[in-house]
Ligand binder design. Structure first.
Ligand SMILES: Cc1cc2nc3c(=O)[nH]c(=O)nc-3n(C[C@H](O)[C@H](O)[C@H](O)COP(=O)(O)O)c2cc1C
Length: 382
């Protein structure tokens, strides 16, 4: 055991006190995307959630899915699981290549219910204590946790107290309950996050998650919750420069090129990951020029994706399109607008694409969930 191991605030300060944080995202937090967000101001970035069971036993899964490089720091690797020794074994395999290991206690998907992990561990305080303390004692790097809230504040607090008492060096609070997912997603509850932060003031860093779509949201969230940092997920998928304070920000089309450049530098395992990113980055554009969205859905090679970006640029420059406001509806808001949720207009459109082309479907080998509690595939994982 390394006696010099830093934990809690000492560790977080050692990382440069990161406040701009990119969430773990299944099938979307690959190295290319991580590096893109770092280029645009992200100060701490997570990998996607890995299933600790599969990670430990499957060499190919590990080698193919966990990729990093020297510039890919600070980095937190996230795992799910319910067995302390398996989680520890998985975490040991990455501890020399990251700054902390996170336990996912927020995944509300059916697959997590069946696998008994993620948000379905929130009630199991004894088990949580064991999971966290096993990693806190056994790893060279700190352990952190990402969880959801309850409607009952005291319950939320008991959960977080358990994690911190067991040795969690940082907690991230997604301000939604386990039920608030898919089409039931509501505005994130920043007030509960603020109260949790207040309770832990001076003990461990608390990170706010949920409802961040812009730099302004990030600033407002820091002020309103008093948290040590703010984590963005869906918003940053569409706009990887959310945290960028510079004045000359790329357009969505330029961002698509930047993402593809990163894919050249850090090859992406599955073309469907590239498709999903481009669908989100170019969402506002493709919801108007739907033929281009369909083309993204069929592309498989980087050259094909680049050709589509060229076509987007060309289309946007046509004189007959000069009147179009391409910023009208963002991807982030698409299923947060009650009109859309109930009429199903935009949702249904994407869902059809989803089913037809496998687009935008939050799936991966360890988190592919078509269970009926989320028929449109809009569930949020953490
Ligand atoms: C595509 C996608 C994949 C996700 N995968 C994970 C994951 O692997 N682990 C996790 O803890 N949360 C995951 N989440 C949840 C986010 O980390 C975050 O908690 C949630 O989206 C709320 O933040 P937002 O309002 O900024 O989107 C995922 C979300 C999305 C959209």
């Amino acid at each position: 055991m390394d006696e010099k191991k830093k934990v809690g605030y000492e560790w977080w300060l050692g990382l440069g006190a990161p406040t701009k944080i990119v969430a773990p995202m299944v099938d979307a937090s690959e190295l290319a995307f991580r590096q893109l967000t770092r280029k645009h101001g992200a100060e701490l970035v997570y990998t996607q959630m890995f299933n600790s069971n599969v990670f430990v036993r499957d060499y190919t899964y590990r080698e193919e899915n966990f990729e990093t490089c020297p510039g890919d720091r600070p980095l937190i690797v996230q795992f799910c699981g319910n067995d302390p020794e398996t989680l520890l074994a998985a975490a040991k395999m990455v501890e020399d290549r990251c700054d902390a290991v996170d336990i996912n206690l927020g995944c509300p998907q059916g697959i997590a219910r069946r696998g008994h992990y993620g948000a379905f561990l929130m009630e199991e305080l004894d088990l949580l204590h064991e999971l966290v303390s096993t990693l806190a004692k056994g790893l060279k790097v700190p352990v952190t946790c990402k969880t959801r809230i309850y409607k009952d504040f005291d319950r939320s607090l008991r959960l977080c107290e358990t994690l911190v008492n067991a040795g969690a060096s940082m907690i991230t609070i997604h301000g939604r309950t386990r039920e608030e997912k898919g089409q039931l997603v509501k505005a994130a509850d920043w007030e509960t996050i603020r109260r949790i932060k207040e309770h832990f003031r001076g003990r461990v860093p608390v990170i706010a998650n949920g409802g961040i779509e812009s730099l302004q949201d990030y600033r407002r969230c820091l002020i309103e919750t008093g948290c040590d940092g703010v984590m963005s997920s869906e918003g940053i998928l569409e706009n990887p420069s959310i945290f960028d304070e510079s004045h000359n920000l790329p357009t969505q089309i330029e961002m698509a090129y930047e993402y593809l450049e990163q894919c050249h530098a850090h090859p992406v395992l599955h073309y469907r990951t590239i498709r999903s990113h481009l669908q989100r980055i170019l969402y506002r554009f493709c919801s108007i020029h739907t033929e281009l969205r369909d083309k993204i859905g069929l592309a498989r090679e980087l050259d094909e994706f680049s050709a589509i970006a060229d076509e987007c640029r060309h289309t946007s420059l046509l004189p007959e399109n000069s009147h179009i406001n391409y910023d009208a509806e963002t991807w982030y808001k698409r299923h947060r607008n009650p009109a859309n949720v109930h009429s199903g207009s935009m949702n249904a459109e994407i869902a059809m694409d989803t089913n037809k082309n496998g687009l935008l479907y939050y799936s991966c080998s360890d988190c592919n969930d078509t269970e009926d509690d989320d028929p449109l595939g809009f569930s949020i994982f953490g």
